[in-house]
Every structure is written in C-alpha cells, then in structure tokens.
Design a protein around this ligand. Structure first.
Ligand code: ADP
Ligand code: MG
Length: 338
C-alpha cells in the first residue's frame, strides 16, 4: 500500500502562501511589484483594517488580456521568463509566477483588467483556489487587484496576524520602500479611507525628502561610484545625523529592496570610525550590477540575494561610502543640492 500521495493543488498553493504571503504587507509588496513590472506610472493603494480586510491596488500598467486572466491566478504561470537564460538575466521584479496564485489561495481575490488592445475590461474572481469564470467588466485602462479577507480559510495562519496598527505599519513600510525606489512613479496610499501618502512622480532627491523627511535630505551626502561593472548611488546621512534604530536603512540591488548581511557589513564598516557604536546610520543606497552576477532566486519573497563575487561587492560598497564619509565636512556636496 502506498503512503506517499500527491497533494491537491489548493493545498500546494496554501503551503507556498506561507512563504510568499507571510502577512498583508507581503501580499501588498507582490501586488505593487506586479504593477511596476506592468510598466505603471501611477499606482493607488487602498487598505482596510491593516490590509487584512482588504488590499486594493489600482494601476495604469499594460493590463492582462482576457485569455491571460485565469493564468494570472495559476501557479507557475508567468509572462516574465520562459527559459533558464531569462532567469539568469531577469530584469523584472517578479518571475516565479506564484504570488497571485498563493495570495488567491488564502483570500477572496478579484482582478479587473484591461489590456491596451482590448475593447473593454475583464474581471476574474476567486474564493480560495476556486476560480470563477472570466466576465466582462468596466475599466478604462490598467489593472485593479482586490484581495479581501486574507487567511479566511486558513485559521491557523490568521492567528499569527498582529493588531491592525501593526499590520498597517508593515504595509506602510512595504509601500515606502517601493516609493523610494521609484520616484518616477506616482504613488498613493490610503488606509480605512484616509489618505496616508501621496507622491507625484519627480526627481529622486524630492522623493527621498518626502519619504524620509527633509532633515534626512538636508543631512545626506550624495554617493555616486562606478567601477568594473558595478554602480552604487544614493544618499547616506552624515554621521551627525544618527538614529537610535535601523528604521532609515534602505539597500536596493538592481531596483529590488534587499536585506543583505554582506552589504550591511560593508556599510557598517565604512561608518565605523565616524559613528558612535550604539547609533545607526541612515542611508538609501542602490547597487546596480549585471543580473548574471546576483542570484535573486534564493527565497520566494526575494528579499535575499546571493552574489557571485561577494568579496568584490563588499570592497566596492565599503570604498564608495568610506570615500564620501571621510571627506571633511563642508567639502562634500549635500545631496539635496544636486
Ligand atoms: P510573476 O510576477 O512572478 O510573473 P504573479 O503571480 O505575481 O507572478 O503574476 C502572474 C502574472 O500575472 C504576471 O506574470 C503578469 O503577466 C500578470 N500580472 C499580475 N499583476 C499584473 C498587473 N498589475 N498588471 C499586468 N499584469 C499583471
Ligand atoms: Mg509577481
């Protein structure tokens, strides 16, 4: 008698959802990344009850065709890669084709979308993994994804949710990380019907000031360094602008917000001589390199990366920062004057 069995599709998605949709904020991150991958220049987010009751993301991107709507909710279905070569050169934020399926498997999800060439919009909805037939809908352009009642069918998961304020805080963090990375995109965030953030597309320095505050922008030094196919740019606060927590530390690799020990270590080392040891530096740094030299397929949430040549990345980041921080105060260019 066989004891090994194939799991049903819905259960597989729910297991995957454990990794991809840890909390409402992780679902929001995935929805925002999808909107960006679709080329959106204007994205509005509306949350209800910390995102647990509802997450709604509306964009003006390329949209999804009628035929693709069902596939969008299907596991391992993606428009972003087709081969292993594509994976190694991946420039989009998504590529695993599992976020929407995972989210849908633990919520009530609705997508309304109009592809650029379509004569009208289409709508698909699902309850858990049960997908309803696609039907005509009204929408001028782009896509609206509505995720309601997260974990309604997985009570064990739901128990791990924190208070509305905490879950909202995480959603806000996810939103601000995207906002910092994409000053070229207009973004709006609402919670329980109240406007929280509204950013117009514009220069990077202005977005940084809007998200992290004028004080940070005034205290920040510009970083711009390129060598051997690596580029590091952004802003790092002068040592005089200290934080008691790590709440103003942002590192992006090829446009993706990451938590990386190697880069964090290089930054800490660069600040070591100029910052008191129990204080935390503040920075927004963008590292760009050939996608073939960095593996983003480490974890479904994609906030971890692995570098092929870690030591040279470490050296590069350290030197780029150290150079700017070591420049005597007064001679370095304040970032906001660029
Ligand atoms: P991935 O982003 O890894 O491809 P997802 O499950 O997040 O996987 O999305 C599946 C597919 O649905 C995407 O490849 C894309 O073609 C489509 N899609 C999702 N969201 C949007 C959106 N906002 N606009 C246009 N297409 C979208
Ligand atoms: Mg995606």
């Amino acid at each position: 008698m066989s004891t090994i069995r194939l799991l049903p599709d819905q259960l597989i998605s729910q297991i995957a959802a454990g990794e991809v949709v840890e909390r409402p904020a992780s679902a929001l991150k995935e929805l925002l990344e999808n909107s960006l991958d679709a080329g959106s220049t204007d994205i509005s987010v509306a949350l209800l009850q910390g995102g647990v009751k509802q997450l709604r993301v509306a964009d003006n991107g390329g949209g999804i065709s009628q035929d693709d709507l069902t596939l969008a909710l299907t596991r391992h279905a993606t428009s972003k890669i087709a081969t292993l070569d594509d994976l190694e050169a991946v420039a989009s934020l998504g590529f695993r084709g599992e976020a929407l399926a995972s989210i849908a498997s633990v919520s009530r999800t609705q997508i309304i979308s109009r592809a650029a060439s379509a004569r009208h919009a289409w709508r698909i909805s699902s309850v858990g993994s049960q997908i309803m037939p696609v039907e005509p809908a009204a929408l001028d352009a782009g896509t609206i994804v509505e995720v309601s009642d997260l974990y309604f069918n997985t009570p064990a998961r739901r128990k791990f949710l924190k208070t509305e304020a905490t879950e909202f805080g995480h959603c806000d963090d996810a939103f601000q990380r995207i906002a910092l990375a994409r000053p070229d995109v207009s973004l709006m965030l609402q919670h329980n019907g109240r406007a929280v953030s509204r950013y117009q597309a514009g220069p990077a320095a202005r977005r940084v000031a809007e998200v992290l505050g004028q004080e940070f922008a005034d205290q920040a030094l510009s970083i711009e360094e390129s060598a051997a196919g690596l580029r590091l740019w952004g802003m790092a606060a002068k040592p005089t602008y200290q934080r008691s927590s790590r709440d103003s530390q942002y590192v992006y690799v090829n446009g993706r917000f990451v938590r990386d020990k190697l880069i964090a270590h290089a930054i800490r080392q660069a600040y070591q001589d100029v910052l008191h040891h129990d204080r935390h530096p503040a920075f927004v740094l963008f590292l760009e390199l050939d996608p073939a030299l960095v593996d983003v397929n480490v974890h479904p949430a994609k906030t971890e990366v692995r570098f092929r040549e870690g030591q040279s990345i470490h050296r590069f980041v350290f030197h780029a920062l150290h150079k700017v921080l070591a420049t005597p105060v007064g001679t370095a260019t304040p970032a906001s004057h660029n």
